[in-house]
Ligand binder design. Structure first.
Ligand SMILES: Nc1nc2c(c(=O)[nH]1)N[C@H]1C(S)=C(S)[C@@H](COP(=O)(O)OP(=O)(O)OC[C@H]3O[C@@H](n4cnc5c(=O)[nH]c(N)nc54)[C@H](O)[C@@H]3O)O[C@H]1N2
Ligand SMILES: Nc1nc2c(c(=O)[nH]1)N[C@H]1C(S)=C(S)[C@@H](COP(=O)(O)OP(=O)(O)OC[C@H]3O[C@@H](n4cnc5c(=O)[nH]c(N)nc54)[C@H](O)[C@@H]3O)O[C@H]1N2
Ligand SMILES: [Mo]
Length: 755
């Protein structure tokens, strides 16, 4: 597989196991961090160490062994790499030349080492000292006619302390324009769940896995994107807990898994079957599945079985009757057609659900990235409410978040529609009047750039232009700006698609030591289960010229707001002072933060529905309606296929570690399209044919990606899948969930164009 030629072969082994161990060793070796890397791995997710920079799945409280996974090791190895992007590198390459390189190539150049400024005369980035960089940002921001002409993006690796201050800086500057990666990810969780249960977060914690009697894993590729959760699934299966996996792709780790940290299993080549029921859903068919399940429950209840928890419904909920009427009005033939599932299987899934006295429903992007993503999640809540699956051990809703601190960033103020009580407390604690009107989310940010009303873009981490929809259009929008700033660890496309002025500001990463005038500092993050823990880097920073994100925020504020009411200079050095302010702005959840964070295992933020308290407008949990069975606008065109854009096993979002996708049997290629063989044959194509895809829209814009190889894959009929971000040019900017603004990246209507 090392000759670079594309190869495709079915992967028949369990996921995890020696394949994962070998991949871990290889990646550490290739990034030449074997010694440094293994020392860092020992400190990852241990009390006193740093939090894994990869996904948001919590680390366990009680396992004392080496706690990491293949993809955590990859994230660390690529962060701790010895490769460096220096001023000589930028001298040797114009931006236009760099633009012609692949995302993988850019990533492989290594860590950024000093601040750089774009020089139009030479089309190169040239060195620029930190003071000059902050002065440039301050000058641009102060020159704007309105603070709403600036957009302040955040990606979810930024820790609480930096995100909290960034939110304060931007609000004192005068806008709520906070597009963030969550706007493309779990925003349906943040916006869809509050009307239903009063919080936009999950209601389970790690211990719940030990008490669950059934676990659903819906629209989530666990073995690749939250590999540490596999340990919980393996343990659950060993206890005989049924696991229902709902996915259009039979993801390998959901079928069979070998726990790489289980010595006996590794030695004996053993493995554990994971899904007791694999539900091969059509793309967007989940709504029909949920309604089918509820229909069976109502029907069986009507026949005298006791299935619905009427006591729970009576005490805690409102709106049950309307949901029951809606569900009973759906015909089985429509449910079967929309879900692509046999009625028998839906009845089997219901059996699993009603035998369980405590059910957890975990989900990922397969549920959120649809045009009705937010309301689809409300149907998940309906399903859970019917059997009282809240407020007891082992039960609840479990959004599996993406970036390691994406949930935390939202909690501490990265929110384009901030609650008024938060704004009141910001006013009281910091002494300025924050703006009250909602700001831009990611899609609105792009619209403002296109319209020319946005002039400045500051990216706190991430790779905005590469992550967003409608690639070509978004590139053009970005290039209209006066200033673009990338606050970042690695070179990425976002630095090459830039405004008239542009800065690259390199930061100290999660695994590295932050030392200030007040001594060594730590930061905090909140995981997917609302647990807040400290993170202390152990490695020396990649370059002596890097700054921590906190200092960058403070110095942007000092350069922009000469009359600020906030004591920015003090926060640069002492992060406890920042945590004291977080506690003051969020007394309900963060009171005593600086003290509580001293507990080696951290602490949980309060999630009221766990206590059966519902902070909704009526103090109840609400059954909410989503009429019909469609989560995306129907398309009449018979040639239409629904395209899901997914991650390979060897990438972290726009960071491409390699061109392999081991569990799906793809090597040295990312330009592939997974298709059902009958759909392929119906189009007169051979397996391995090269095709183009075109988006079906009525806006007159041609969106097309060429050079895709068709692979036979067990997809449901009418569903195809390929990789993000290569296929983002096909995703129209207008194609998003109206409630949350989340682009519907899992259900793009496309047609195949033979070439
Ligand atoms: N190694 C690694 N870890 C990561 C990331 C990474 O890129 N690499 N990214 C991080 C981030 S930011 C996030 S948000 C998470 C993402 O983690 P996931 O949510 O697992 O992300 P995706 O790869 O987008 O895949 C989602 C799954 O949804 C399925 N799917 C597609 N359409 C549908 C549908 O209509 N219904 C159902 N039921 N399923 C569907 C796909 O087949 C796929 O298995 O992972 C985080 N962790
Ligand atoms: N078509 C399609 N589009 C999607 C998705 C999809 O499934 N399909 N998924 C969406 C999802 S779920 C998400 S979350 C977004 C992701 O969008 P982003 O979060 O914007 O993208 P990433 O690729 O995670 O960002 C990687 C960059 O972050 C920087 N970085 C890494 N570590 C640090 C750090 O510690 N500090 C700072 N300051 N910078 C750092 C590095 O420079 C790196 O190049 O993409 C979305 N886009
Ligand atoms: Mo995400």
């Amino acid at each position: 597989m090392t000759d670079g030629k594309p190869r495709y072969q079915t992967y028949n082994h369990p996921a995890g196991g020696w394949g994962a161990a070998a991949a871990t060793a290889k990646v550490l070796f290739e990034q030449s961090v074997i010694t440094k890397g293994s020392r860092a791995l020992l400190a990852m997710n241990q009390p006193g160490g740093f939090k894994c920079p990869s996904c948001a799945f919590p680390d366990p409280d009680h396992r004392q062994t080496l706690e990491f996974c293949e993809n955590g090791a990859k994230a660390l190895a690529f962060e701790a790499t010895k490769r460096r992007v220096t001023r000589a590198f930028f001298q040797a390459h114009t931006v236009s030349e760099l633009m012609a390189q692949s995302d993988h190539w850019l990533e492989m150049q290594g860590r950024l080492t000093e601040p750089m400024r774009y020089d139009a005369a030479s089309d190169r980035y040239v060195p620029c000292d930190w003071d000059a960089a902050f002065a440039l940002i301050g000058a641009h921001l102060r020159a704007l006619e309105s603070p709403h002409q600036a957009e302040f993006y955040t990606s979810g690796r930024t820790p609480n302390e930096a995100a909290f201050l960034y939110a304060i800086f931007v609000r004192e500057f005068g806008t709520n324009n906070f597009p963030d990666c969550s706007n493309m990810c779990h925003e349906p969780t943040s916006r869809g769940l509050p009307p239903a249960i009063g919080v936009g977060k999950g209601t389970v914690v790690m211990e719940d896995f030990e008490h669950a009697e059934a676990i659903f894993v819906i629209g989530q590729n666990t073995g690749t994107n939250s590999p540490r959760m596999m340990t919980n699934l393996v343990e659950a299966r060993r206890r005989g807990v049924p696991i229902v996996a709902v996915n259009p792709m039979p993801e390998r780790a959901l079928i069979r898994f070998t726990e790489p940290q289980d010595v006996v299993q590794m030695a004996t080549f053993g493995s554990v079957p994971i899904a007791s029921e694999f539900v091969h859903i059509r793309i967007g068919g989940d709504l029909a599945l949920f309604k089918g399940m509820m229909k069976v429950m109502f029907e069986r209840e009507a026949q005298g079985e006791s299935i619905i928890d009427h006591d729970f419904l009576g005490r805690h909920t409102v709106g049950f009757e309307a949901v029951r009427d809606d569900v009973l009005a759906q015909a089985w033939s429509d449910i079967v057609e929309a879900s692509g599932l046999a009625e028998d299987q839906i009845r089997r899934v219901v059996d699993i659900y009603i035998r369980s006295r405590a059910t957890m429903i975990c989900y990922g992007m397969g549920l959120t990235q649809h045009q009705e993503g937010s309301r689809l999640l409300q149907q998940v809540v309906n399903l859970l409410l019917l059997r009282g699956n809240f407020g007891k051990p082992g039960a609840g809703i479990a959004p599996i978040r993406g970036h390691s601190n994406v949930q935390g960033d939202r909690t501490v103020g990265i929110d384009e529609q901030p609650p008024q009580d938060y704004l009141d407390r910001v006013r009281d604690v910091f002494g300025f009047e924050p703006p009250r009107e909602p700001g831009h989310h990611t899609v609105e940010t792009l619209e403002a750039m296109e319209a020319g009303t946005a002039r400045v873009f500051i990216g706190m981490g991430g790779n905005f232009v590469r992550a967003v929809p409608d690639t070509e259009r978004s590139y053009a929008a970005m290039r209209k700006l006066d200033l673009t700033v990338g606050i970042t660890t690695k070179l990425n496309r976002g630095h090459l698609v830039h405004g008239r002025d542009a800065l690259i500001l390199p930061v100290i990463s999660r695994s590295e030591v932050i030392r200030t005038a007040a001594g060594e500092q730590f930061v905090t993050i909140e995981d997917s289960m609302s647990k807040v823990t400290a993170s202390r880097g152990v490695l020396a920073p990649a370059s002596p010229h890097l700054l921590p994100e906190v200092e960058i925020v403070c110095r942007m504020a000092l350069a922009t707001l000469p009359d600020s009411k906030v004591s920015w200079a003090s926060y640069i050095h002492d992060y406890d002072l920042i945590r004291d302010k977080i506690a003051a702005v969020y007394p309900d959840i963060y009171r005593g933060f600086s003290e509580r964070i001293k507990a080696p295992q951290g602490f949980h933020l309060d999630v009221p529905p766990r206590r059966l308290v519902w902070p909704t407008h009526n103090g109840k949990a609400n059954f909410l309606l989503l009429p019909g069975l469609a989560v995306n606008v129907p398309v009449a065109d018979p040639s239409m296929l629904r395209l899901a854009t997914v991650r390979s096993h060897d990438q972290f979002n726009t960071t491409i570690y390699s061109n392999n996708d081991r569990y799906r049997g793809v090597y040295n290629d990312r330009m592939v399209l997974f298709m059902n063989a009958e759909d392929r044959a119906a189009r007169g194509l051979d397996s391995g044919s090269s095709i183009a895809l075109e988006t079906i829209t009525d806006d007159g814009v041609r969106r097309r990606v060429d050079g895709l190889t068709v692979l036979d894959y067990p997809m449901p009929r009418g569903a195809v899948a390929g990789y993000y971000p290569e296929l983002n040019p096909l995703l129209p900017l207008e194609y998003f969930d109206r409630i949350s603004g989340t682009p519907a990246a899992k259900s793009i209507p496309v047609r195949v164009v033979a070439v």
